[in-house]
Design a binder for this molecule. Sequence first.
Ligand code: RB5
Length: 147
Amino acid sequence: MKIVIGNDHSAVEMREAITEHLKARGIEVEEIGTFSRESSNYPEWGEKVARKVLAKEADLGIAICGTGVGISIACNKVRGIRAVCCSEPYSAKLSRQHNNSNVLCFGARVVGVELAKMIVDAWLDAEFQGGRHQTRIDMISEIEKKG
Ligand code: RB5
């Protein structure tokens, strides 16, 4: 399992903590930045994470900004990406089981590091359930095709 992780300036410390947590779980991690606390633009980092997932250079992606909102919107503009913005583990788990989310986003200014680790664990430990949920994901793909 390989995860690509990216963030804007507001989430440098959070990315470091989550990377350490992922590695402790035995997961290979690719950090794409930013590594700087100078202001940067979250769409850039969201798109980079999303494109790596789409290109199958990573199995899943994690993208973090201040709220998780902007970066998740950016990720979701890449066709085939299903990014979820979570502030608690329940939605993270269900986003895998029902929505087959392939990018997890959260806000470094919204959740603390320990809650973020719980969100990440709930997301990673859940599996897509397929069946009627696949039908609904296919419907989302059809919406994407319409542009
Ligand atoms: C940066 O100040 C902030 O706007 C960004 O991290 C994020 O919260 C956007 O949604």
